[in-house]
Design a binder for this molecule. Sequence first.
Ligand code: KG4
Ligand code: ZN
Length: 541
Amino acid sequence: MASLAPTLSCTISRLNLLAELSHNHHRTIRFFRTLSSKSRPQKSFYPRRSFKSSFSSANFESTSSICSKALGSNPVFNDNLVVLGIETSCDDTAAAVVRSNGEILSQVVSSQLTIFTPITLWLPSVNQSLIFIILKPERYLPQQGGKAGYYLRGMPKGFMHIEPILRPLLLSTTKGISDLILQDLLARYGGVAPKMAEEAHSQVIDQVVQDALDNANLTEADLSAVAVTIGPGLSLCLRVGVQKARKIAASYQLPIVGVHHMEAHALIARLCERDLQFPFMALLISGGHNLLVLAHDLGHYLQLGTTIDDAIGEAYDKTAKWLGLDLRRSGGAAIEELARRGDAESINLSVPMKQHKDCNFSYAGLKTQVRLAIESKNIDAGIPFSSASIEEQGLRADIAASFQRVAVLHLEERCERAIQWALEIEPSIKHLVVSGGVASNQYVRARLHEVVAKNSLQLVCPPPSLCTDNGVMIAWTGIENFRLGRFDPPPPAIEPEDCQVDLRPRWPLGEEYGRGRSVARSMRTARIHPSLTSLTQASRH
Ligand code: KG4
Ligand code: ZN
């Protein structure tokens, strides 16, 4: 098993480079770096709110109030580490600085929806209508006053620089662009195109990290380690974060922790809720994942269920797009808001996978049901919601509410069964963690609260700003792993340009539970990395 772990000399492979140091890790930590408590004034616990306009700051206050419960007698909060976390696995560029006592010193998220401003422009010279993407905000690109690229209509693949001669024209055109056109373009072309996402991460990563350090009143020299997402996610995007992390780690001789994105979604709950001890259950619901796991221990997860096709967040996003909603926040948030105005019983949709008595999920069929319902009502996604008639707005709200009711019913049914399974395996379980972007939804939380209460468990939901992708969860997971000696030593000061970094785009979190194996699932095994759990187990032997 040990041979499964990568052995490249310049990769991040925290699970095999250093033996487990759980008994004497304090000495090891000091060996690398200790933050002198005298060197910096103690920060107040409350995270700073000096967010720039492009950063998501939603529900920041609730972050501080909920997480303040973390400060207490739990032994895991008693060392003095300061870790920078970097997250670039999908479409948000995020960084945060977190102290091992649970203090969030800073949190910065730059969302691509706020960076991209797409516009259409007819170019007679090439006889083509092009979609232009302006990268904002200008403060990140002061030398150009914004940067433009283009891709051909319907082909959001490459991202190219616009010829300088067109730039003034392009920039002046964007000034007059109306919100409606913007919404329409986002509805039609929004989404994560890997090459564009990579470009966007590269544009902002330095500034996002710098802001995270500045807001924390620290410099790189004050850090104990750097944690970074190494998978799962889009390789091109992961690479941007990993290279940034390695650069800092090499320059300041800092150890580096490679983080599993989904483990981070689960573990952030331990920063927020100090009573949350292993074992616990976790439902992780985001744009690309729908996971039900039993968390035995750090790095040790049993997968009770996963999706056989799409994740719930993807279904929310597509439904929002087809209903012509404003996607600038997120499709999920837009549906949640609209659903409050609709009748959830009005459209007949069936709950997926009723006949499969397991804990797996499927949202592709529900997506199709919603699309057909939209088509049958002659709703044109090309007409933005705000321009639709009052009557049609009501209809769209009914569809949003009906979709949400059934999508969440599917979660409820699978959680009910998973709780039974998990309690048979680990009767001491007391908590169900619900995390990932979709967990910021209040309706989802309320419904799942009912499910856990019926089973005498407690629901733990991080505040919304820590449910969606963020740097805090990466820093925190870095801290938890670092304490157990699961980190890599600093990279060499000079790394070759073509240094192969360890990226794990397809990286399962846990081993599949026998009863949870889905007959319906056609598991594509090619290029799947050994699970985090199998690597953790292998490193112990
Ligand atoms: O965890 P996350 O930020 O990124 C991934 O790892 O995918 O999750 C993003 C997903 C998107 O599909 C987004 O629409 C969904 O979370 N989401 C929501 C809400 N806020 C974000 N879904 C439902 N209700 C919300 N309030
Ligand atoms: Zn995520």
